[in-house]
Ligand binder design. Structure first.
Ligand code: GLP
Length: 241
C-alpha cells in the first residue's frame, strides 16, 4: 500500500484527482470506478478544472459508480445519480452512454444487480476505483457483517450509515434503508484502488481498516490484500497511523 499524506482536504483532493487524471491520460478509454460523499467532491472539482483547461479528455472514458439508494428517483437531490451529474458529469465531456449508476428505481433488484455486474464485465473491469470510507469501515455501501459479499447486491443500511447520511435529508425517516452497492470482489478486481479520507473523525477507522485484522466486520480492511492500493489522506485522517 502507498500512503500519500496531504496537508489538508484540498491537497488530498488534488493528489487523488491526479491519480485519476493520470489513468485517463495514459489510457483514454479508462474505466473509472467512482464514489460519492463529501470526500471526493474536491477531487471531482480538480478533474472538472483540468478538463476545462484542456488537460484531460474524458470522451472515451467510462464511469461506474459504486452505489445508489434503492427507491430513489435519479433526479432527487439526494440520489447519487444527481450527485455525479452535479459534481462531475455535467462539467466534463464523458458520454452519457458511458455513465453508469445502479438504477434506484429498478423493478427487479436482483436483475438490476446482475445487469450492473454485466456492464462492469463488458467494459473489461475497472482500471481505477476511487473509494471513500464510512465511519464503520464501509466501502461503497458494503456494511460490516459476518462475511464479505462478492458481487453487486442490495444491502440493508446500518443505523450508523443512516445517521451519517441523514444530513442530506430533511428528516432521518426519509433516508432510504436499502441501497445497491458493488460487492467486495467487484471492488477488489479493480486494477488500482485509491481511497481518500479527510478529517479527524476518519482517523480511527483508517487505523483499524489498514493496520488491524482483515475482517468483514471492517469491510475496508480487505483492501490490505489488494496489490495496488493508494491511501490519500489529510493529516487529521492519518493522525493515528
Ligand atoms: C456513503 C457512500 C460511501 C462513502 C461514505 C463516506 O455512505 N455510500 O461511498 O464513502 O458515504 O462519505 P463521506 O465521504 O461523506 O464521509
Amino acid at each position: 500500500m502507498r500512503i500519500i499524506r496531504a496537508r489538508d482536504y484540498d491537497e488530498m483532493s488534488r493528489r487523488a484527482a491526479g491519480l485519476i487524471a493520470a489513468a485517463v491520460v495514459t489510457k483514454p478509454d479508462a474505466v473509472l470506478g467512482l464514489a460519492t460523499g463529501d470526500s471526493p467532491i474536491g477531487a471531482y472539482g480538480y478533474l472538472c478544472d483540468w478538463y476545462r483547461d484542456g488537460h484531460i479528455d474524458f470522451s472515451q472514458a467510462s464511469a461506474l459508480n459504486l452505489d445508489e439508494y434503492c427507491g430513489i428517483e435519479p433526479d432527487a437531490v439526494q440520489s447519487y445519480s444527481y450527485f455525479m451529474r452535479r459534481y462531475l458529469f455535467s462539467k466534463i465531456n464523458i458520454s452519457s452512454d458511458n455513465q453508469h449508476i445502479p438504477d434506484g428505481l429498478a423493478r427487479d433488484p436482483g436483475r438490476e444487480c446482475v445487469r450492473y455486474d454485466a456492464i462492469i464485465a463488458a467494459r473489461g473491469g475497472i482500471d481505477v476505483q476511487l473509494l471513500g470510507i464510512g465511519l464503520n469501515g464501509h466501502i461503497g455501501f458494503n456494511e460490516p457483517g459476518p462475511e464479505f459479499v462478492k458481487d453487486t447486491h442490495v444491502v440493508a443500511l446500518s443505523e450508523s450509515t443512516i445517521d451519517a447520511n441523514s444530513r442530506f435529508f430533511d428528516d432521518r425517516r426519509d433516508v432510504p434503508v436499502k441501497a445497491y452497492t458493488m460487492g467486495i470482489c467487484t471492488i477488489m478486481r479493480a486494477r488500482r484502488i485509491v481511497l481518500i479520507a479527510s478529517g479527524e473523525r476518519k482517523a480511527d477507522i483508517i487505523k483499524r481498516a489498514f493496520f488491524d485484522a482483515v475482517t468483514p466486520g471492517v469491510p475496508a480492511s480487505i483492501l490490505q490484500l489488494h496489490a495496488d492500493v493508494t491511501l490519500v489522506g489529510d493529516e487529521a485522517a492519518l493522525s493515528l497511523i
